[in-house]
Design a protein around this ligand. Sequence first.
Ligand code: ADP
Length: 451
Amino acid sequence: MFLSSFLKLTLFMAVGGIAGYFLPLGSQSLESAYLGMVLILVLLHLKEVWLRGRFSKWLNGSDHVADPHFTGIWEDFSDRIRRILKQKETMRLSSEETLRQFLAAIQASPNGVLLLDTESRIQWCNQTAAKHLGIDPHLDSQQLIGNMLRNPSFNSYVHAKTFDHEVVIEGRLHRADRPHKVGIQLFPYGEGRLLLLSRDVTSIEQAEVMRRDFVANVSHEIRTPLTVLLGFVETMQTLALTDEDRAHYLNLMATQAQRMQTLVEDLLTLSRLEGNPYPSQTEWVSVANILQQCEHEALGLDRVLQKDGASPHQIEFMVYGDVDACEIAGSEKEIISAFSNLITNALRYTPAGGRVLVRWICAPEGAVFSVEDNGPGISPEHLPRLSERFYRIDRSRSRETGGTGLGLAIVKHVIQRHGGSLQIESKLNQGSRFALLFPASRIRNLEAQTA
Ligand code: ADP
């Protein structure tokens, strides 16, 4: 590089010297040759000044991509600078892409992410955080988070500065009839900055409420017969009773003990249904057998209900299609428990002499088991809640007839575990119809298969 520049300069000076010597700059003498060299040097210097000016203009400009067409050392400089700038640009684009991917990933997160500066002003938040907290990611940028949330629990959480736990506040969509709870936790980072993470804890909170209600309900259900039982025990311990009275009290005690036993059995059934894997799709049970057992149990229960001289119910079992060839894939024990729960309810709630119609319909698109009665019926506001645990319309009627309030919850679980659904139709003072719909995949007809 240096050598070629030196040779070029020497060449230019030689040309200048020769031109000065021969051209009519004066007489052909050494002075005019020197003059020619000096002129060449001045011209070369002027060209360098002009190139430097162009270079400086190019450097200060914004377009470094197009080739500026420099020559000599300036071409070398501009090439190097363009290469460095290109590398920097590639790095910038790659960093921007990484940042874009990173932000897209945070946007896709099911949790809310919000960044706060040292003064607790919102710097950035993803859509989930915006949805949870009711914030507009653009309009509310730089707003104080305390002003945006205006929640006493959150404010005291921020002031306490103990961020080792989550604080739960009502979310933006919260309504009295449709709760929306959001869990928020702050994590300090950088120099005095805070990262806010939010998550929807509505279902967790609801499950917690349900768990508390369930424990309270179970305790209440057990406490009542237990208190009665203890009362009788005390009476028998303190009073001298005749044999007849003693037998009477023992009978009443047996009823209460029976009530507790039924409750515990129903609770165990429910917990088994919730904890066990779904019934197999490959074990087939005979519908005829199940219906036979249910009919047997129904007649037995009806005899018990007639004890006080009440007239029997008109119980009728109707099957559509060849029931002997029909099978359900699932658990026989669970299906019998669901069917007989519905039949038992119809007998218990329908006054003596009433009609109970049990139907089995098997069709290619599935099967339906239904129990229809002409009992008291149920008013519409109760219908959506009937299969909740311990939900009863008439508590005393349920208890009098040995109900635990868990029957329909068990039925719903069983049918859902078999891929089907529970349908309830009822009109006050006209009767009710409870139907279990089985999907076609769980039903098979042996006749059709062998044909
Ligand atoms: P229970 O043990 O109280 O019968 P269930 O879960 O089986 O509990 O039923 C819930 C409630 O639904 C009952 O308390 C009763 O009020 C109502 N119910 C169920 N079946 C019938 C029916 N066939 N006719 C009228 N009411 C019914």
